[in-house]
Design a protein around this ligand. Structure first.
Ligand code: ADP
Ligand code: NA
Length: 329
């Protein structure tokens, strides 16, 4: 049986990188497998959060996910802190994971920056909580963007070591699903940083709440080079900003990068950018409309999350009981 799990932090607006790298695949998978999608609020508090903002952010992310196409009748949609198994299983798995494994995680190095000693312990152990999120459901497939590849490998290592240490076949090894031409969408300001919710520059990302005018302006100002587009993918080497915009065009149009370049090779960005912005607006505008209709409906959103959490608990609690038995707790 295929069981899908993935999560997203409630720490800001859903952006185009989240959508094209992950959420769009979640929407598709709803009809192909048993799916659990989680607003990972426990991950959010690894860095400081203003409590009122966090509470509002959990609902807003839930609304955004539904607006993007998740259907609570066809997937289990819930928030992490409502299912205590995540935190409890994370403790057991922290005793399985090795310091050396976590020391190799590049995202901790990026997120903690220069002040490693001042980072929370939670930020360091975050990938173990992420492993618990997945393994609590014995998930077999995890659709994510490219940035999560290393964390997924860690989750597999933890699952394998747990099974081996206790002589059980308890956890399946979860497979990452990293699919499509936009698994690593880059910032519009700098082709070497990924597009992120936590980027302080709003102009660097396309939010799914941006208006058509804002999207057109952001794409117009996006960093590029002066050369026209090449007619083959090899011509994008050493041109990260151009490659990013072409990858976005491919993802939004359902074409391959080669097809986009076969059609548009020789175009300058003055022609290409407005066409790209138009396609973005066509994808994003209906999502924004659904989001705006739902975002302030706290009653509905809370009911969706409560129902999802009940379904999630029904799967995760027996798994935790099995883990406890295996360990001797
Ligand atoms: P962010 O880094 O923006 O806070 P999250 O950590 O909440 O986003 O990630 C949610 C999902 O979106 C993950 O599956 C992640 O791999 C994916 N994702 C995040 N940023 C990008 C990006 N720039 N390109 C493609 N996928 C991304
Ligand atoms: Na991320």
């Amino acid at each position: 049986m295929r069981r899908v799990f993935s999560g997203i932090q409630p720490t800001g607006n859903l952006h185009l990188g989240n959508y094209l790298g992950a959420i769009r695949n979640w929407v598709r998978m709803q009809d192909e497998a048993e799916c659990l999608f989680c607003v990972v609020d426990l991950h959010a508090i690894t860095v400081a959060q203003e409590p009122k903002g966090l509470r509002a952010g959990i609902r807003e992310m839930t609304a955004a996910l539904i607006a993007a196409g998740l259907d609570p009748d066809r997937c289990v949609l819930f928030n992490q802190s409502a299912v205590r198994v995540h935190a409890e299983l994370a403790w057991v798995l922290m005793c399985t994971a090795r310091m050396g494994w976590l020391n190799r995680m590049t995202q901790f190095k990026e997120k903690s920056g220069k002040d490693r000693e001042g980072a929370s312990v939670g930020l360091f152990t975050y990938p173990v909580l992420q492993a618990a999120d997945i393994l609590a459901y014995k998930a077999t497939h995890v659709p994510v963007g490219e940035d999560q590849k290393q964390h997924l490998e860690l989750a597999r290592d933890i699952a394998a070591k747990f099974n081996n240490d206790f002589g059980v076949e308890l956890f399946p090894l979860p497979e990452p699903v990293i699919e499509g031409p936009a698994t690593r969408v880059m910032s519009l300001r700098d082709g070497s940083a990924k597009m992120s919710k936590s980027d302080p520059s709003d102009a660097a990302r396309i939010n799914l709440t941006d208006s058509a005018d804002t999207i057109a302006q952001k794409i117009k100002r996006a960093k590029t080079d002066p050369e026209p587009l090449p007619s083959e993918a090899a011509g994008l080497a050493g041109r990260p900003e151009a490659a990013n915009l072409v990858g976005l065009m491919a993802a939004l149009s359902g074409q391959s990068v080669a097809q986009v370049l076969a059609e548009r090779g020789g175009q300058g960005f003055g022609t290409f950018k407005p066409a790209l912005a138009e396609l973005m607006v066509a994808t994003i505008a209906p999502i924004t409309e659904r989001f705006n209709a739902l975002r302030h409906d706290a009653t509905t959103l809370d009911a969706v999350l409560a129902a999802g959490a009940a379904k999630a608990r029904a799967i995760a609690e027996p798994v935790l009981a099995e883990v406890h038995r295996a360990v001797g707790l």
